[in-house]
Design a protein. Structure first.
Length: 363
């Protein structure tokens, strides 16, 4: 009898814990807002505009999820986090999504009880220096002082790169990109290292960006993507399929301008019909989404290309390996060239794309 009672209590406890974790969608809808954890400030990815409204590539993804589950992309509350605090805030329930240029690694995926739902941006760590420093390569940085964000993969990458090239460096630890900018501009560090996209965003914010250069070496692979807590598969699936819907929108030529027209007609491409709710999509009811969820995402936020171009093209960041289709890569690369947008580094290999995410897995 005692054993049966213990087993019953254990099962009840597991069911209760599961119900607590599995209620994310219900919690968001009851609140009427999605809580999203973003960067403290990184141009192109997450930064307030002159009216204080958050804008950026990572912000767009938060808005896309809100559009899917609440029908309104503006129903988002943002919480900022540093590299050191982002996972703690997600685990503590301060947000349902972490959308903050975060690298998908083995240890983070396994140890932190959090789930990476996909890659939305492939990056790599680089180095930025003032041109007056007189160096042309990261292999000339022996003895340099380096501004480095704590709690990030860049710390380990930096140590491994310098050790592998028999060089020494003096770390200058910082918490935020804003702090790094101030110390770098004040000459407190010779070098700033972070993801190359972040370097470009920082460089473009300077009064005289041409006085600085991003060195050619890319010393890591950084598959970045949104993160959710372990334990709620329904919520993880919703977030993952929002990302895939944005990518599929680009692949199928569905844009914020034509999505409602396509949703109101019978298309020859039946995948478009299923995505936009014209034809039944098997399993949709299990996600708890309305048939027009993808219409809301693309009409209010745009497809993947629209978000990329709106937020990252102004920083002169090309699509490169962030092309969503191998077949479209040549066209996208041509468009990048036509727009006179230069790649972050000549060393970046542009033969991979977002559909090859397992080739770019970070260990």
């Amino acid at each position: 009898m005692k054993l049966k009672m213990l087993l019953a209590a254990s099962v009840a406890g597991v069911m209760f814990a599961g119900s607590v974790l599995a209620g994310t969608l219900d919690d968001v809808r009851a609140r009427g807002k999605l809580n999203c954890i973003i960067n403290t400030g990184l141009a192109g990815f997450a930064a307030p505009d002159d009216k204080g409204k958050w804008q950026g590539f990572d912000v767009d993804f938060c808005r896309a999820v809100a559009a899917a589950v609440l029908g309104d992309a503006d129903k988002v509350s943002y919480t900022t986090a540093t590299g050191k605090t982002r996972f703690t805030k997600l685990a503590a329930g301060e947000g349902e999504i972490l959308s903050r240029n975060t690298t998908w690694t083995f240890s983070r995926d396994v140890d932190l009880a959090q789930t990476f739902i996909g890659v939305n941006y492939y990056d790599g760590q680089g180095f930025m220096v003032p041109k007056k420093l007189g160096v042309k390569s990261a292999k000339e940085l022996d003895g340099a002082s380096v501004c480095i964000q704590t709690g990030t993969t860049t710390e380990l990458n930096l140590a491994e790169f310098f050790a592998g090239n028999n060089m020494k460096y003096n770390p200058v630890p910082i918490e935020t990109n804003a702090e790094a900018q101030e110390l770098y501009k004040a000459g407190r560090c010779d070098v700033y290292t972070t993801d190359a996209s972040g370097l470009y965003a920082t460089k473009m914010s300077f009064d005289n960006p041409d006085a600085h250069m991003v060195l050619p070496e890319i010393v890591s692979k950084e598959p970045l993507g949104p993160v959710v807590r372990h334990g709620d598969d329904q919520w993880a699936d919703i977030v993952a399929w929002v990302l895939r819907a944005m990518m599929a929108g680009e692949e199928k030529g569905i844009t914020s301008k034509n999505v409602k027209k396509l949703a109101g007609q019978d298309n020859k491409d039946k995948e478009i019909n299923r995505l936009l709710g014209k034809d039944p999509l098997q399993g949709l009811s299990k996600l708890g989404l309305s048939p027009d969820w993808a219409v809301n995402v693309i009409s209010q936020v745009g497809n993947y290309a629209e978000s990329f171009e709106r937020n990252l093209y102004p920083l002169t960041i090309v699509r490169g390996m962030n092309a969503t289709s191998s077949k479209k890569y040549a066209l996208i690369r041509k468009l990048d060239i036509d727009k006179k947008i230069k790649p972050i580094s000549k060393d970046i290999k542009h033969n991979l794309n977002l559909n090859d995410e397992f080739l770019f897995l970070r260990i």
